[in-house]
Design a protein around this ligand. Structure first.
Ligand code: ADP
Length: 491
């Protein structure tokens, strides 16, 4: 079996660092790539080598397949890990890596293509006995056909881009007369965002929960699931807090969902780590929404409860190794939560607020994990996703994980940009959250700007106190050659 000895990580920020950590543990060298905006980023210093791939805009750097493959070839890497976002779900990139003799750490280009088109994925699921959200068979040609479908399915409906992702190209339509206008908007948005204006119609589920199942499959035909995550707490249809297991899922429902997920992955001959996303409603029905053919942002909560390092598993699978565990070996241990700390202003509709982190002291302690790609005095760049860190906590029970998260976020000192930290604490302290009473409308239903402002001001006071106690170090002191020393020790 050919061992992978050097991996180029076609990504940046926290996920590049997350992947490097697994590389180091496996004794695999890592190659970073960076744009001009990321010269001083921690992921560049942490890698064994690093290559400049272009100017700041992602289209000229992290999305340039040719530049990435060129860097991989120059560095002598034998594999490429795409992380999430950027080219991670781009079938052409996966195929280009394979053509260049590089192992793509992910599924085959064919599986990415099969699941990347939401209409094709729906059809594949229907043919394989996996329940899908009621909707049109394939994309709809024009507004008249869409109206016809709307009448058949029943309002409200959701218009969705076949090539969709990141919540783009999605429009809710409550009444038939609004459909033609919304159809054109969805089509234009989809064409602009994905270069593919195809739109389909789906039943709009009121107050659903977003529940997804992590799967792992090796190239010898073994497949397991790592149970579910609930990701109902969202803004702009995008996740902000996640947990595992879901407080909604009973053992029989878990069994049905996890089996459906494995069936979904098997239907496209899936190999490597993937996530099958479902929408679930109060009566316990659930519907396939899409499959993400890559590592998910929220994978740490699954790692906490199963004890399985998903990135390490991905690398071993890509080498051709069989899964080292069977389904019956995998159990749920306790409960984990994740809060995504973004440079966004929750009181301004979660508008991005990039800038310099004047202070950044992440929390620590028992049961607390922080995945971050920025550091104190560093920049949250306006060019990319404004995530600062993912804080995840583990507890024996959901209540323990929640209490620990509230403590961790209270301990977290950040200054210089607005963040979602106080917002996450606001949610953690709510009775509905504590009851596990969640839906994808949680944020709009429960956000209380006054209470949030009170948590914000406590946070601001804590930051002032911390500032008095520990003056900020000069930027030059913040860049210790920690990793190079670690690496020297390893040789
Ligand atoms: P994207 O791929 O753009 O992120 P998804 O299909 O994953 O889009 O949907 C993102 C979110 O949008 C879901 O988690 C859910 O909150 C909402 N959503 C999607 N489809 C529906 C639907 N049919 N009914 C209600 N909400 C939906």
């Amino acid at each position: 079996m050919p061992r992978i000895s050097k991996i180029l990580i076609a990504n940046r920020g926290e996920i590049a660092i997350r992947i490097m950590r697994s590389c180091m543990e496996l004794g695999v060298e890592s190659v970073a790539v960076y744009s001009e905006a990321d010269r001083a980023s921690p992921h560049v210093r942490m890698a064994d080598e690093a290559y400049l791939i272009g100017p700041a805009p992602a289209a000229q750097s992290y999305l340039r397949s040719d530049a990435l493959i060129d860097a991989a070839t120059k560095s002598g890497a034998d594999a490429v890990h795409p992380g999430y976002g950027f080219l991670s779900e781009n079938a052409a990139f996966a195929a280009a890596c394979e053509r260049a003799g590089l192992v793509f750490i992910g599924p085959s280009a064919a599986a990415i293509a099969a699941m990347g088109d939401k209409t094709k994925a729906r059809e594949l699921m229907l043919n394989n006995g996996v329940p899908v959200v009621p909707g049109s068979k394939g994309a709809v040609e024009d507004a008249t056909i869409a109206q016809h479908e709307g009448a058949r399915i029943g309002y409200p409906v959701m218009l969705k881009a076949a090539a969709g992702g990141g919540g783009k190209g999605m429009r809710l339509v409550r009444a038939p007369q609004d459909l033609p206008r919304e159809f054109n908007l969805a089509r234009n948005e989809a064409a602009a965002a994905f270069g593919d204006g195809r739109v389909f119609v789906e039943k709009y589920l009121e107050e659903p929960r977003h529940i997804e199942v992590q799967v792992l499959a090796d190239s010898s035909g073994n497949m397991v699931h790592l149970f579910e995550r609930e990701c109902s707490i969202q803004r702009r249809h995008q996740k902000v807090m996640e947990e595992a297991p879901s407080p909604f899922v009973t053992p029989p429902l878990r069994d049905r969902m996890c089996r459906a997920a494995v069936q979904a992955a098997a239907a496209c001959g899936y190999v490597n780590a993937g996530t099958v996303e479902f929408l679930a409603v109060a009566d316990g029905s659930f519907y396939f929404m899409e499959m993400n053919t890559r590592l998910q942002v929220e994978h740490p909560v699954t790692e906490w409860i199963t004890g399985i390092d998903i990135v390490t598993a991905q690398i071993r699978i890509a080498e051709g190794a069989p899964l080292p565990f069977k389904q019956s070996d995998i159990t749920v241990n306790g409960h984990a939560l994740e809060c995504r700390i973004y440079a966004e202003d929750p009181l301004q509709g979660f508008a991005p607020d990039p800038g310099t982190l004047l202070r950044h002291r992440p929390p620590a302690g028992f049961g607390v994990r922080v995945d971050s790609g920025v550091e104190e005095a560093g920049e949250v760049s306006m060019h990319y996703d404004p995530m600062i860190a993912k804080v995840s906590t583990w507890g024996r029970t959901r209540a323990e994980a929640t209490g620990r998260m509230d403590r961790a976020l209270a301990e977290y000192a950040i200054a210089g940009v607005s963040t979602t930290r106080a917002f996450c604490r606001h949610v953690l302290q709510q009775a509905a959250f504590r009851r596990g009473d969640l839906s994808t409308h949680y944020v709009e239903n429960h956000m209380d700007p006054d209470a949030l402002a009170r948590v914000e001001s406590e946070v601001a006071r804590a930051a002032v106190v911390a500032h008095v106690l520990a003056p900020a170090p000069a930027a030059s002191e913040l860049l210790p050659p920690v990793m190079s020393e670690w690496r020297r020790g390893r040789q």
